[in-house]
Design a binder for this molecule. Structure first.
Ligand SMILES: Cc1ncc(COP(=O)(O)O)c(C=O)c1O
Length: 463
């Protein structure tokens, strides 16, 4: 199956097919079509091996907030490599990049989050958060509080615990997941999940009733935490309905259930505030972040916790001798130095103001896509948005998922010079680097609109 016959044996394509196991890729399709090789980036553009330019309309994987050629970040990495290319933070060791990044991150964190633990990826951060919930509850004499509630359609990563919490079948099928500590409640997807004629307020009430029912059925004394992306990213750029978190948080409080805000996509300016939690009014006990923390130039993630949790963990660690968790690369000095410089650059360049100033244009361009017959819903906030395809105009009737409509449209848009992402709700996501300019937003959406008449024809022919 994997014989690279279509490509000359010594080509990069052939070698990639022969040797490289790709994440989230169909190997047969890769062997048939070959990989897309991107070796160069500049600003919001990336270039394929033939020199064709693409606007990276997804900032890679919702992460490259400063685009693909930020010299300041390269400098921060190089300087740190020369000074101390590696050291760990086990057994009370540390170094200036770890100390300074921890201080800086806590200084910009939502109120109440006072300490940070470093990991390498969003998945690791979420696994760590879950272990902290278990450890903390064991410390305060409630070791049975182990279940974690997430939402259908939520994305929290792919390590064992994180993929159990992810509420998307494609992450679990074939792996006999989820593990049984993970419970999935109703998605706050008003467009698809509301009943005909149900108001947003009534839909929120129903989501809360479903949650209360789940808590009653499982037993509040067995539930440790609720995890939520402030807005769901990979599951479909689902912006929660008005009042959703205001209704949710008192329920969690009442049942002594911790709130984990997964800010892996929403963090660092994406929604027009530093945190999605600020935009949507969450007051988390634990916050996980990654991706734009280092503008994606090097892997680093963080788990931020309240003093209450940190103190509980300290008591347990004292009893057991240590906090028995950590990664070889926790607070690695090079990504830490890059992350620190990223946070400084966000301030020096007023990135959040920049996002806010561009959000109306971005919203207008996303909304304009919503006027095409094939698009049933469009939405955006800050510099993140999506469109969703429907079988019949002005309805929410879905196309057969087997038709892979969104994946086909993604390819059409890519051929027009914009890299976007197909979403499992049969839509397309937009999440460009935060440094994008107004002109570049217009170029991005002009390129997308250039294929929309063809997209309408395609969807009409498939419906
Ligand atoms: C909200 C959210 N959480 C967690 C993750 C997992 O992060 P990683 O791929 O770095 O493990 C992602 C990845 O896209 C994400 O979007």
């Amino acid at each position: 199956m994997n014989k690279p016959e279509r490509f000359s044996p010594n080509s990069q394509e052939a070698k990639d097919i022969a040797y490289h196991l790709h994440p989230y890729t169909n190997p047969a399709q890769l062997a048939e079509q070959g990989p897309m090789i991107l070796n160069k980036g500049k600003g919001v553009y990336v270039y394929d091996s033939e020199g064709r330019d693409y606007i990276e309309g997804m900032a890679g994987l919702w992460c490259a907030s400063f685009g693909f050629s930020e010299k300041e970040l390269v400098k921060a990495a190089t300087q740190q490599m020369e000074e101390l290319p590696y050291y760990h933070s086990f057994t009370a060791k540390t170094h200036n990049p770890a100390i300074n990044l921890a201080e800086k991150l806590i200084s910009v964190a939502p109120e109440g989050l006072e300490k940070v633990f470093f990991c390498n990826s969003g998945s690791e951060a979420n696994d760590t958060a879950i272990k902290m919930v278990w450890y903390y509850h064991a410390a305060i004499g409630k070791p049975e509080k182990r279940k974690i509630i997430s939402r259908k359609g939520g994305y929290h990563g792919v390590t064992l615990a994180a993929s159990s919490l992810t509420g998307l079948a494609y992450v679990q099928q074939g792996f006999s997941l989820p593990l049984d500590f993970a419970k999935h409640t109703t998605s706050p997807n008003y467009f698809q999940e509301s009943h005909d004629g149900e108001s947003e307020a009534d839909f929120v009430k129903r989501c809360m009733n479903d949650l209360e029912d789940m808590i009653a059925e499982e037993g509040a004394d067995t539930i440790g935490a609720f995890i939520a992306e402030p807005l769901m990213g990979a599951g479909g750029v689902i912006i929660p309905p008005e009042g959703y978190y205001d209704a949710l948080q008192p329920i969690l409080k009442k049942h002594d259930i911790l709130l984990i805000s997964d800010e892996v996509i929403c963090g660092f300016g994406r929604t027009g505030n530093m945190w999605g939690s600020t935009t949507f009014g969450l007051k988390p006990d634990i916050l996980t972040c990654a991706k734009a923390l280092s503008a994606a130039y090097l892997p680093i993630s963080g788990v931020l916790v309240t003093d209450q949790i940190a103190d509980g963990m300290a008591i347990q660690a004292e009893k057991l001798g240590q906090f028995g968790h950590g990664y070889t690369y926790s607070a690695h000095p090079v990504p830490a130095a890059v992350a620190l410089r990223t946070l400084e650059l966000m301030e020096e360049r007023n990135i959040i103001e920049h996002v806010r100033s561009l959000a109306p244009l971005f919203a207008e361009r996303v909304a304009r896509l919503g006027e095409y017959a094939s698009v049933g819903h469009s939405r955006s906030i800050g510099l993140i948005g999506a469109i969703e395809f429907v079988a019949k105009p002005d309805t929410r009737i879905k196309l057969d998922p087997k038709l892979k409509t969104a994946a086909r449209v993604m390819k059409m848009i890519q051929d027009a010079g914009v890299i976007v992402r197909a979403l499992p709700i049969d839509g397309i996501a937009f999440c460009p680097p935060l440094i994008i300019t107004a002109d570049e937003i217009n170029i991005m959406f002009d390129r997308i609109e250039s294929v929309m008449p063809e997209v309408d024809k395609l969807v009409a022919s498939l419906a």
